[in-house]
Design a binder for this molecule. Structure first.
Ligand code: GLN
Length: 315
């Protein structure tokens, strides 16, 4: 795996020998090749792909259209805009924040630095939850999404389960407005978003058939090891509980114990090495059918567990 090159002034070289002023003719292809190499030499990954996305964004072209216009010369203002985006990427700002968009389960979502960028692992969480919800065959399924961020989980669940009612909550007002925009963008009338700080307050409503969350599960001691894209740019409160990484697991399991309907299920995304501890917490709280699923890298990533029927299990 490539590492970052510890280069203290990446744009210094650019000024002396790279994308110079407006007098030089930069074609689409030349700019893609030069910029990809520049990133690759500094240890960035997926360089060409990212450069193509950035340039496509500047020119209002898809990546395919870029390929059809390799010889197109860039106008000075286009080059300036590209350089602006490219500089941001060089500071390790994630591509999705620069583009203002991310894709989750095929849905295009607005993102900014107030929310976590949706991850492919979380798609596994949603797929498993949707499969369970469909099997449950209950009309008007009530679903609670805790820590909605960009609203990614709520948008996907709302779309795939049109008969369900989904309440998504987050403690951050800025994240909530963004989630609401994403819900509106996908015209989901069965999804709402409300402000709740789950560590200090209970969500509204009565019981839910399904509770789902991708909580901040990075332990405080592991935070410094995160890659710069994550550590320097994504919201810290969406990543870590500033403790052992299990604060939200404990809270959500206890909450689910009282707020899941009989036979309802809790779905949690978990961090590396947390499966054992979370499984134990669930068992201690009386949950049944505790199942752990791996992510694409074969790391246990999703835990689901069934609430006991009322009157059964521990009290
Ligand atoms: N629900 C969002 C996601 O799954 C945000 C999660 C978070 O902020 N921890 O990406």
């Amino acid at each position: 795996m490539a590492t970052t090159s510890g280069d203290s002034g990446p744009m210094r070289e650019e000024r002396s020998g790279g994308i110079r002023g407006s007098t030089e003719t930069w074609t689409v292809l030349r700019l893609i090749e030069w910029s990809s190499r520049y990133l690759a030499e500094r240890g960035f990954e997926e360089c060409r792909l990212h450069v193509e996305y950035l340039l496509g964004h500047v020119l209002g072209l898809s990546r395919l259209d870029l390929y059809l216009q390799f010889d197109r010369p860039l106008k000075p203002h286009e080059l300036e805009s590209f350089k602006e985006f490219f500089r941001r990427r060089l500071t390790h700002e994630p591509l999705q924040y620069i583009l203002g968009e991310a894709t989750f389960m095929g849905f295009t979502l607005e993102v900014d630095r107030t929310v976590l960028i949706p991850r492919p692992e979380t798609e596994i969480l949603v797929e498993l939850a949707v499969a369970f919800a469909r099997e449950l065959r209950r009309p008007r399924l009530a679903i609670l999404d805790i820590g909605t961020g960009s609203g990614n989980i709520a948008v996907a669940m709302g779309h795939f389960l049109p008969e369900s009612l989904i309440l998504s909550v987050d403690k951050d007002p800025e994240a909530l407005s963004l989630a609401r925009r994403n819900i509106g963008r996908h015209a989901l009338r069965n999804v709402t978003a409300e402000k709740v700080d789950i560590l200090v307050a209970d969500p509204p409503g009565n019981t839910y058939d399904l509770i789902i969350s991708n909580p901040p599960y990075i332990a405080a001691r592991d935070f410094a090891d995160l890659q710069p894209e994550v550590r320097l740019f994504e919201p810290r409160a969406a990543l870590t509980d500033e403790d052992d990484g299990l604060t939200f697991m404990r809270r959500l399991i206890l909450l689910a114990r009282t707020r899941l309907s009989g036979g309802g299920r809790l779905f949690l995304e978990i961090g590396f090495g947390q499966a054992g501890a979370v499984g134990k917490l669930l068992a201690a709280a009386g949950f049944d059918e505790i199942t752990i699923s791996d992510d694409y890298s074969h790391i246990p990533r999703v835990v689901q567990a069934q609430a006991p029927e009322p009157g059964k299990g521990t009290s």
